[in-house]
Design a protein around this ligand. Sequence first.
Ligand SMILES: Cc1cc2nc3c(=O)[nH]c(=O)nc-3n(C[C@H](O)[C@H](O)[C@H](O)COP(=O)(O)O)c2cc1C
Length: 491
Amino acid sequence: MNNSDISNKLEIHKCVLCYDAPCSQIYKNINPERIIRAIKFENQKGARMLIDNKDTCLIKKENCTIVCPRNVNIDKIIKNLIESTDKLDNFNNIDLTTYICGVKLENPFLLSSSVIGSRYEMCKRALSQGWAGVVLKTICMMPIDESSPRFSALKDWDESFIGFKNIEQLSEYSLEENMETIRKLKREFPSKVIIASIMGRDEEEWEYLAKEVTKAGADLIELNFSCPNMKHKKTGSDVGQNPYDVEKYTKVVRNSTDIPILAKMTPNITDMKIPALAAKKGGANGISAINTIKSITNVNLENLVPEPDVNGKSSLGGYSGRAVKPISLRYIAEMTNCEELNDMAYSGIGGIYTWKDAVEYLSLGCTSVQLTTAVMEYGYRIIDDLIMGLKIYMKEKNYTSISDFVGLSKNNLVNNDLLDKVSIEYPKVNYDKCIGCGRCFISCKDGGHDAIKFDDNRRPIFDLKKCVGCQLCRLVCPNSAISKAIKRINK
Ligand SMILES: Cc1cc2nc3c(=O)[nH]c(=O)nc-3n(C[C@H](O)[C@H](O)[C@H](O)COP(=O)(O)O)c2cc1C
């Protein structure tokens, strides 16, 4: 990254992605909000493609920074993009078709069960914008009463969510209202996939719900064995932690419907393979993972109440969003690498914001992915860059179908004792990019092996006798000036 890249990045960070952005009404021929959104959602090349006419795009009616609530220098961002040398490929013919338990999806992106898929009007809007399907907010027969407020977040410096906590339970709509939602969605969107998430309190309720959602026309059923916020004992994650109950309820549903069944797993457990195997034994066709992780995001230091503060008290709640992706990927990989479980379908969930996150899940063996927190933070519109970014990636990698890369990274995961322990990959500094901040120096000195010296120009010099190749320096470098290897050598 050179200084102009950094100032461009900071400029982009200033943009808050306004709804119906005022800047987009000022510019002619381009939509700055759409372009900056593409950059923010890791679709840099797509952003460049959104500017098709260099000459006319910068003609605007008046200065856009005047209307921008954050004074973002949009001209500068657009000019930098136009000057970028990214290759422009036509990616429109890339087919994103994939399958979940044999059911066709037009692309791998589903709304996961939550508030974002709780009402007909909301689902209709999402499906119209390009989502391949929706897992409806969990349908149940128990009374649901929620608290206010019900969310809290761990935030980054730019106010974006690092992680998100909710203390919400299940659908507040009646069974009949939910059945009508399924019927209407299937009628209006026959090629989209409608998945009914259900949760019963006993075998009779599981059976009844499975039969009702099947009758209403759901394409698949997802069994919620994983909500961590349930008031009723022996429901939600209590079930997911008990393989006996997982198998019992899966079997009841299997005997009540012909449509495919996904079992949604709780991460509040050590080994997810155990309940996953129980679900398979009970007749599930696939696994959805993960639901949220029991958490406390923060405690208010004034009144010492954890958040969300519900009239002076709080409770543990489910953690989701960016922070949980590494935990979810681990569970997915453990299941897809398990011989007895590798014939199951996997729908990956947890911390997916961009097409890159999705590719990680797919490469570990999922054939579809589900999102909630990213949509709660930015809206259904994020589907634009999920689809476009994935298509551009596939075009560049010469993948003609999603199945070309599903599961490809699975085999690259081995036990620690099977890793190469005899060679060292030293870090390499690009002195044109190095700004002499000394972050590598201090991290190596206090958190590494004291293998970096500063020369008179504040440039890092590596002592290869001390360097063990841990590459903490590369990870802390704020300017991407340290790259992976001079060369790999034997110790
Ligand atoms: C506000 C909120 C409500 C949720 N409600 C449900 C639910 O009713 N049923 C369910 O199976 N999962 C529910 N979830 C879990 C999500 O479907 C998903 O598994 C989890 O949030 C992780 O994905 P994410 O990081 O993309 O949000 C909920 C999550 C949130 C944030």
